[in-house]
Design a binder for this molecule. Structure first.
Ligand SMILES: [Zn+2]
Ligand SMILES: [Zn+2]
Length: 393
């Protein structure tokens, strides 16, 4: 068995010797923000870089033009780094995906240097549209992550965390059909679809106090009627329903929320139509603990101190959750900004091009590549990863 410490020193050196060009690449992505599915430059720059160093490239995988798969080596294990590179409309790289895309690419380049010795394969998979549609949701459905030993990415944020949490998230679209009538002359002839909607939103407001702490229900009315002197015959709304785990969402929340709308329909005599957006559902993140523990040891060896996950921390949702349902996966965060500067802000965008971002880029690339060394060389770690993954499923 190759000496693991020596291989880790090697991948660290591989990142360090590319320091200047990696920082330049991250800044180039930052200066050229592209939103979901439009990431033509970013995906080409990263894929070209990998191809230039000998990776086999497949571009436009999963019927998504800006997705790619770069691979080197053969057989098992297969370690994948996932690269995100989309920006936010109006804000640019306010989520720091320029750092993620560059770090995962750098980790691939570094790990490639040891694959001849370890055996197995290393992949960098370009995953567009994390912010908008959830590119990984579709890529997961289309088989992009099948057969991997594990999948990893590191997200910039406010703290160094190895075990991240994210909420399952499901869209619900509703419509009420009533009957139009003159709102002053003949209101008794109408069935008020706006009343049905308002009653439903009030029901949801009441439901909230019985929900688990981390559950979230939020929505907007997309059609509230057409004319003030007409009883609205049609209204529509779009909602997102989020929960800490998928069974709670399926077994409790879906039924509770739908009942709120059914009650609105019954109270007003309107007809309810609804549609769950299962095809775009984000699953809750299932962090693989043995893999996260390997990452934690590696990032701490680089001098960072990893915080324990806070049980009541605020949470969003990420399409990495869908990957974590298919293969052992981690989605750690690395500190680049003070806690009072949240992601998705202009302030965070500025930090994503700062010295702190460059250090996070290099550290996360090294820690990812070092963790790949662990997975490639440690059969016991792979067995524990697999066991936990199967138990959690
Ligand atoms: Zn984001
Ligand atoms: Zn993000």
């Amino acid at each position: 068995m190759p000496d693991r410490d020596r291989l880790k020193k090697r991948v660290i050196a591989e990142v360090d010797r590319r320091r200047d060009e990696l920082i330049a690449l991250s800044l180039k992505l930052h200066a050229n923000p592209e939103t979901a599915f439009q990431e033509e430059k970013a995906s080409a720059w990263l894929a070209d870089r990998l191809e230039g160093e000998g990776f086999a490239l497949e571009r436009g995988i999963c019927r998504i033009a800006t997705a790619f798969r770069a691979s080197h080596g053969e057989g098992e294990p297969k370690v994948a780094f996932l690269a995100e590179y989309d920006a936010l409309p109006g804000v640019g790289h306010g989520c720091g995906h320029n750092i993620i895309g560059t770090a995962s690419t750098a980790a691939g380049l570094a790990a490639k240097a040891v694959v001849a010795e370890t055996g197995g394969a290393v992949l960098v998979i370009g995953t567009p549209a994390e912010e908008a549609a959830g590119g990984k949701v579709y890529m997961a459905d289309r088989g992009a992550f099948e057969g991997l030993t594990c999948a990893m990415l590191v997200h910039p944020g406010n703290r160094d965390v190895a075990v991240s949490q994210s909420l399952a998230c499901l869209e619900l679209n509703v419509e009420f059909h009533g009957r139009a009538a003159h709102a002053a002359a003949r209101p008794e002839a109408g069935l008020n679809a706006l009343d049905a909607m308002i009653a439903s939103f009030a029901n949801i407001g009441l439901l909230r106090q019985q929900l688990r702490d981390s559950a979230r229900i939020h929505g907007i009315i997309t059609d509230g009627g057409q004319a003030v002197n007409v009883i609205p015959h049609h209204t529509a709304a779009s909602l997102l329903i989020r929960a800490e785990d998928d069974p709670y969402l399926d077994d409790a929340l879906k039924g509770n929320v739908l009942a709120c709308f059914q009650a609105g329909a019954q109270a007003t005599g309107c007809h309810l139509e609804h549609r769950w957006g299962e095809e775009s559902r984000y699953k809750a993140m299932r962090t693989n603990r043995p893999l996260a523990e390997a990452y934690r040891a590696n990032i701490e060896a680089l001098g960072r101190r990893v915080a324990e996950p806070e049980p009541r921390r605020s949470m969003g949702s990420t399409d990495m959750g869908n990957v974590s349902a298919i293969v052992p996966a981690i989605h750690p965060t690395i500190a680049v900004a003070p806690v009072d500067i949240p992601i998705h802000t202009v302030e965070f965008r500025e930090i994503a091009a700062s010295e702190a971002a460059h250090e996070a880029l290099l550290d996360s690339a090294k820690a990812l590549a070092m963790t790949a060394v662990d997975v490639l060389t440690d059969a016991d770690l792979r067995r524990r990863m697999r066991k936990e993954f199967e138990q959690a499923g």
